[in-house]
Design a protein around this ligand. Structure first.
Ligand code: GAL
Ligand code: MG
Length: 941
């Protein structure tokens, strides 16, 4: 057995885990908290010598040829080895604790200086994160060993260092026994990926320091300390200001230990559970509006620079997120400092996932009773428990941490009992959850019952069951690609039931590697096994830019809800600790896209309270498109927005007759001529093939009735029922469609078509009649009546596709915008008059897919064609066809179509989150069997 496979030797000479802090040499510096100012801190980040070996056995005694690599980083992001994306499956044989004999090794080396002052004290080296394990040598002498990629490893190197120049060598192995505990769903990346630094310590200074907050009081494990509130020293904490995620008030405790000043941010807050199962923060019931956060960056891999972490946390704030689950390991310790400061409730998860055991015999089974399932094995116990211990000991002083998580997807066993017992005994001030407890029906000592991807009705069942514990969705609304579409429906229930304390959307950002002009994912690096783009499942894109799903989550998570009755507006403040008067409410009455009255006000409404206001506006008797009340709550930026239909009667323009069109039939064509237009209708195909106005052709192809959309990631299951794919032959095959016309006739100014649509090898899924009426002004009224086959799967969409000349890029519409929206993912948009273009409508999902839809539209105009309706339609305008989007696997494979495609749809099914979550909710499916659809094509004369 090799030492890195020896479960009795998971560390050697590593210091006992202590709380995270940096010691300073003066009080002023400690208060300022700029680490690099400290005489006792020396960051070893930067360029290191590096030598990579495919097999550790090839590492020579003396390395003579060094490359350079930045520390921190992952070597796969710098041209060594390959990024390897796998979700559940281990990337090697499952034979614990043994790892491949060919074990890649990266050797890191650099010099550092120890001056005299340091030599008289103790010197420690701290590694904040090394994947998967490290052997440390100072001046060629072996110091120690550690594993646990996302945990801290500290060594006392005093006896190895000398005054002047010293040499450090770190041997990092790609695999070790610990890798079995790190089967998280991510790119498998190796190396020193978090900070490395030296600390100069007094021989007798405090090591572990614990700050406790009990009964609104601060107690410190050291005697000598001072509490500050901002600049002010506090002698006695009377009536302290409490910490919460909305108002993260921090006190500073500076511990004096020998010559060291050690600062901590301390938040005074208290966590409890009510008898209704609510989560109480300082006695107030709080709902967790969460996301799951992984360390991922398209350029840096798992390295998380401070500025990047900060900017992404600010983006979470912007999206009204108040909770983060650090899936699936403890984050960079500075991440938690930022969460203390910016205000987030953190579910800190330890570095354990053994998911791949489910598939070690093929299939997918949690057979925990089997001998080789390691969470029941005594030899593995210490490996499990020490990971919980190292997390808790490192992070125990953070006010942001409200819950400990015992890891992810590891089954349930005695080692979990041991972890939970240790954690609960060590820290009684926080809650413990572990989703794997579901495998034993939660019959264990977790404080919170948690699940992932439970359906909306499923969480309602939990809400109503006997269990008194809070229910937490540690993962929900799988945000892969275009989506998630179901956040709204979850939150209707979460607000309804006290016991439902909220959840964390899976997951914050897309994991991808940016290379050769596009984002790459699993399979793009020649991995033997991989899970494709299942890592591209973020609520924000890999570069952290927002997509519709991000804004949808923001709209659902927002802290204001309103309702309208005449001129009365009722506003509810959903903040837990913030008066709405900290923001400004702007209101506007918008009629047919024009503001007719506007105002703004400050609403003095306490948290969890509502108030009624009377707005001063008068409505017109009627309007052409619609009349709405738009509300926007803003501080530094808009934090909440809502829109209410004011239900003003709609009076449309009459289709006044200017002159009667002439109809001529020529073979299969019906030629319709008016004052300045000529239309050609093809009787054989039952549709218009040409619309010419003032001599200009508006179409580049015949108008088609279609049902296909490029499957979204959330359609990844249903798409096999919808379409024909190489690996499946069970669909309705809507992507290989045959359109049949049985009958077509001209009667007065009407053309009547009777036809059907069928997928290849299938009987028709739709039988229809369309009546095209040519009105006196040249408008074409389209009336479709269809019958969908019984037992047919719900349709992706249904509507007419118009190919128009490519030069027509800009357009106007009155409908839901300005961002793409779908039946279930629309709370981030509002009805208004918008301008857009085919370029603006494109959304660069990492795997190209359906995008750019607009619901509740009454009017679109592009390229001299105006589409209108008395009711509503959905539309989409794209420079790509659905077929092109279906075929492309990366954005750089997309080539623009020769024409732009306008879709005027009866309906487009919702988005949901079925990439991992439940099936699309019934109410958002195009599942009706009788379809009636009417709209007008009005060429602009
Ligand atoms: C969950 C898991 C996550 C991730 C997700 C799918 O089962 O906990 O790590 O794999 O599914 O994206
Ligand atoms: Mg997993």
């Amino acid at each position: 057995m090799r030492s890195y496979e020896n479960l009795n030797l998971i560390s050697e000479n590593r210091e006992p885990q202590r709380s995270y802090y940096i010691p300073y040499d003066t009080l002023e510096k400690a208060l300022k908290g700029n680490k690099e100012d400290s005489e006792y801190y020396r960051l070893l980040n930067g360029e290191w010598n590096f030598a990579y070996f495919n097999r550790d056995i090839d590492v020579p005694e003396v390395i003579t040829k060094w490359d350079k690599i930045p520390v921190p980083s992952n070597w796969q992001m710098h041209g060594y080895d390959i990024p390897y994306y796998t979700n559940v499956n281990y990337p090697y044989a499952v034979d614990s604790p043994y790892v491949p004999d060919d074990n890649p090794c990266g050797v890191y080396n650099r010099e550092f200086i120890v001056d005299r002052q340091w030599k008289e004290r103790d010197t420690y080296i701290v590694f904040e994160g090394v994947n998967s394990c490290l052997y440390l040598y100072i001046n060629d002498e072996y110091v120690g060993y550690s594993q646990g990629s996302h945990l801290q490893s500290e060594f006392n190197i005093s006896k190895y260092v000398k005054k002047g120049s010293n040499n450090i060598t770190v041997r990092v192995l790609k695999w070790c026994s610990g890798s079995y505990l790190e089967d998280q769903d991510f790119f498998r990346l190796s190396g020193i990926f978090r900070d490395v630094y030296l600390l100069s310590r007094d021989k007798n200074s405090a090591r572990d320091i614990e700050i406790k907050v009990e009964n609104k009081n601060i107690s410190v494990s050291e005697k000598d300390y001072v509490i500050y509130d901002g600049e002010n020293k506090i002698d006695k904490l009377d009536n302290p200001i409490l910490w919460n995620a909305e108002k993260p008030h921090l006190y500073k405790v500076v511990v004096k230990s020998c010559s060291e000043y050690i600062p901590f941010n301390v938040g005074i807050r208290d966590i409890s559970v009510s008898d209704k199962g609510e989560l109480l923060i300082n006695g107030v019931s709080v709902k967790l509006k969460g996301v799951n956060h992984h360390d991922t960056n398209p350029k840096f891999g798992h390295y998380t620079p401070y500025e990047t972490m900060k900017s992404e946390l600010l983006k979470m704030k912007e999206l009204n997120v108040n909770c983060i689950r650090t899936s699936h390991y403890p984050p960079n310790p500075e991440f938690l400092n930022l969460c203390d400061e910016l205000g987030f409730y953190v579910v800190d998860e330890t570095d354990i996932e053994i998911h791949g055991f489910v598939s070690r015999n093929g299939g997918y089974v949690y057979d925990m009773e089997s001998e080789d399932w390691i969470c029941n094995q005594e030899v593995w116990k210490n490996s499990f428990v020490e990971r919980a211990q190292r997390m808790v000991e490192r992070d125990k002083n953070h006010p942001c941490v409200i819950m400990w998580s015992m890891g992810n997807e590891s089954g349930y066993g005695s080692n979990h009992d041991a972890m939970i017992a240790w954690t609960k005994n060590r820290d009684k001030s926080r809650l413990v959850h572990y989703e794997g407890a579901n495998l034993i029906n939660d019959k264990c000592d977790v404080d919170v019952v948690s699940r992932m991807y439970t359906s909306v009705s499923g969480i309602e069942e939990f809400a109503k069951n006997e269990d008194k514990r809070p229910f937490f969705l540690c993962e929900y609304s799988h945000a892969m690609g275009n989506g998630p579409g179901d956040v709204w429906d979850y939150w209707q229930r979460i607000y309804q039931y006290p016991k439902l304390i909220g959840g964390c959307i899976w997951e914050w950002a897309d994991h991808a590697v940016f290379a050769d002009g596009a984002y790459r994912y699993g399979g793009d690096f020649g991995e033997t096994t991989h899970d494709g783009n299942f890592c591209c499942d973020g609520l924000v894109f890999a570069d952290r830019s927002f997509k519709a799903g991000s804004l949808e989550a923001k709209a659902v998570y927002q802290y204001m809800r309103t309702s309208v009755n005449g001129n009365k507006l009722t506003i509810s403040n959903l903040y837990d600790f913030t008066n709405l008067n900290e923001y400004k409410l702007q209101w506007k009455v918008v009629c047919d896209g024009e503001t007719i009255k506007a105002g703004e006000m400050i609403c003095d409404i306490k948290p969890h309270q509502s108030k009624e206001y009377t707005l001063d506006f008068t409505l017109p008797e009627n309007c052409k498109l619609g009349c709405y009340l738009n509300l926007s709550l803003t501080g530094e930026y808009e934090v909440a927005a809502e829109q209410h239909d004011l239900h003003v009667a709609i009076k449309t323009d009459s289709n006044a007759v200017t002159s009667s069109p002439k109809f001529v039939e020529e073979k299969q064509l019906i030629i319709i001529t008016g004052e300045n237009y000529v239309y050609k209708f093809n009787k054989h195909y039952g549709s218009f093939e040409s619309i010419t106005v003032n001599g200009e052709e508006k179409l580049t192809d015949i108008i088609k009735l279609t049902a296909w959309r490029a499957p979204t990631d959330n359609d990844r299951r249903i798409k096999y029922e919808w379409g024909l794919f190489e690996d499946n032959r069970s669909g309705v095959n809507l992507n290989r469609i045959f359109s049949k016309v049985y009958f077509c006739e001209l009667a007065d100014n009407k053309i009547i078509v009777n036809g059907s649509l069928a997928g290849i090898s299938r009987s028709p899924f739709l039988r229809f009649n369309v009546m095209f009426t040519i009105l006196g002004n040249g408008s074409i009224k389209v009336e479709l009546e269809g019958k969908v086959k019984e037992n047919c799967v719900y349709l992706p969409r249904l509507g007419f596709e118009f190919s128009i000349p490519k030069k027509n890029k800009e357009f106007r519409y009155y409908g839901m915008g300005p961002y793409e929206n779908y039946l279930d993912m629309c709370h981030h948009t509002k009805v208004d008059m918008y301008e857009s273009s085919v370029d603006k409508e494109y959304v660069p999902y990492i795997v190209p897919q359906e995008h750019g839809n607009h619901t509740r539209t009454k009017f679109v105009e592009i390229g001299g064609l105006r589409f209108t309706t008395e009711s509503e339609f959905e539309f989409n305008i794209s420079k790509y066809t659905s077929e092109m989007l279906t075929a492309a696997a990366h954005t750089d494979e997309l080539m623009e179509n020769e024409s732009n495609i306008v879709r005027i749809d009866y309906k487009n099914s919702g988005i949901g989150s079925n990439s991992c979550g439940p099936e699309l909710l019934e109410q958002y499916r195009l599942s009706e069997k009788h379809i009636k659809f009417k709209f007008y094509i009005k060429p602009v004369m």
